[in-house]
Design a protein around this ligand. Structure first.
Ligand SMILES: Cc1ncc(COP(=O)(O)O)c(C=O)c1O
Length: 395
């Protein structure tokens, strides 16, 4: 029986899977069970910024696994203590404290709860095309109908305004608003960078009306956009920041950074069994040290600018726009993207969609320029071919 058959027997059925079984990785390369090699621009959907089988992360995990894995926050722990100090040292200057959890949606969920408890208000303003996760609170902030509708009614009190429309945001935020939640670059929504006027304006509106600014850096964090956090591009000083994906070199972990305006949280109102366990804390420390010592945010900027520039040179009537920041890059097509993603895969390049028409690239930040040169070539070839392949269902 193949790996695919075995997995298909009992998998939830929630995911539309590509037909290959990935069994091994190194840096920005992946191999399938037939030993086919791929250049990875899926990058674990953003969890793979440090590259596959990163030796610094692997060594830290192995050492910590032999020392201590479980240690709930009812006890102190050496690795957790070092990690939260590290996170504060790289966080925006408004940040004072850290809550550790296990995923992006949990980090957002906590941020929503903290904004509510700190303000005593209930309402949250989010953006159209925003994606913040799939647990009920985070899902209420997420825009896309297909994720929301099967699970309604969601949490009441959520409003969505057009992204980059400051006057709409100004109108939506009232004295009942607990928080405004925004991505600095919308990821799932199509790789759409926020304008400085909108993001800084949102911060001002929040300050004026007593609401909390929640920045979702789950996808943009840890060097992806050319800075450690995308907030730094605009000098944003959020009250809450949601982190996950590449925070622990690919291990499941999330964090909510808590700013000065949140103040003291009431004890025991929130928590997590696995949050801040020593294994992921050690992995995260190693991951952040690797990002810093290899200057990966700067590398993402330099190589990302070059990559975006090369993609913009491609002349194809299929391209509507190439956009991005650092190594978070999207090509918006004038038609559905799925057949083109499949064609890329058949030529050894893995990329992912962002909505129906955007081809998204989130390569590990360690990717070599030669690999990206190859990606540009393959994108050119694929957009020049007349695509006859069947679409991958649902992607
Ligand atoms: C901006 C953003 N927020 C939240 C999430 C949810 O993260 P997770 O899948 O770890 O729950 C994602 C996932 O893609 C994301 O891109």
């Amino acid at each position: 029986m193949t790996i695919q058959d075995l997995e298909n027997q009992f998998t939830s059925g929630l995911y539309t899977k590509r037909p290959i079984a990935i069994v091994r990785g190194s840096g920005a390369h992946l191999w399938d069970s037939d030993e086919n090699e791929y250049i990875d621009c899926v990058g674990g959907q953003g969890a793979g910024n440090l590259g596959h089988a990163n030796p610094a992360v692997a060594v830290a995990i192995a050492a910590q696994a032999q020392t201590l894995i479980s240690c709930p926050e009812m006890f102190y722990n050496d690795k957790r203590a070092m990690l939260i100090q590290k996170l504060i040292s790289i966080a925006p200057p408004s940040i004072r404290r850290v809550y550790l959890c296990n995923s992006g949606t949990e980090a957002v969920e906590a941020a929503i709860k903290f904004a509510r408890v700190a303000t005593g208000r209930k309402e949250i303003v989010a953006a159209m095309r925003g994606f913040h996760g799939r647990t009920l609170g985070a899902l209420s902030a997420t825009w896309e109908k297909k994720y929301r509708e099967p699970f309604e009614p969601l949490v009441p009190g959520f409003k969505h305004v057009a992204y980059n429309d400051l006057s709409a945001l100004r109108e939506a935020v009232t004295d009942q608003t607990a928080g405004v939640i925004l991505e600095v670059v919308q990821g799932e929504g199509g790789v759409r960078p926020g304008t400085p006027e909108f993001l800084l304006g949102a911060q001002t509106v929040c300050r004026e009306r007593g609401a909390m600014l929640i920045v979702d850096e789950v996808q943009t964090g840890f060097g992806r956009t050319g800075k450690m956090f995308a907030c730094e591009h605009h000098g944003l000083e959020p009250d809450l920041v949601a982190l996950a994906k590449s925070i622990a070199g690919g291990l499941p972990m999330g964090a909510t950074l808590i700013g000065e305006r949140i103040g003291q949280l009431p004890p025991q109102v929130h928590g997590s069994t696995f949050g801040g366990n020593p294994l992921v804390s050690a992995a995260s420390l190693a991951a952040i040290e690797f990002l810093e010592s290899n200057d990966l945010p700067e590398r993402a900027k330099v190589i990302g600018d070059w990559f975006i520039g090369e993609l913009r040179k491609i002349e194809s009537p299929l391209i509507r726009e190439v956009r991005g920041l650092g190594l978070m890059v999207g090509i918006e097509l004038k038609q559905k993207v799925t057949p083109y993603l499949q064609a890329l895969m058949s030529k050894g390049v893995l990329a992912l969609p962002a909505g129906l028409t955007v081809m998204r690239f989130l390569p590990p930040l360690v990717i070599e320029k030669e690999d990206l040169e190859r990606v540009v070539e393959v994108v050119k070839e694929v957009l020049a071919d007349e695509i006859k392949v069947a679409a991958m269902p649902g992607e």
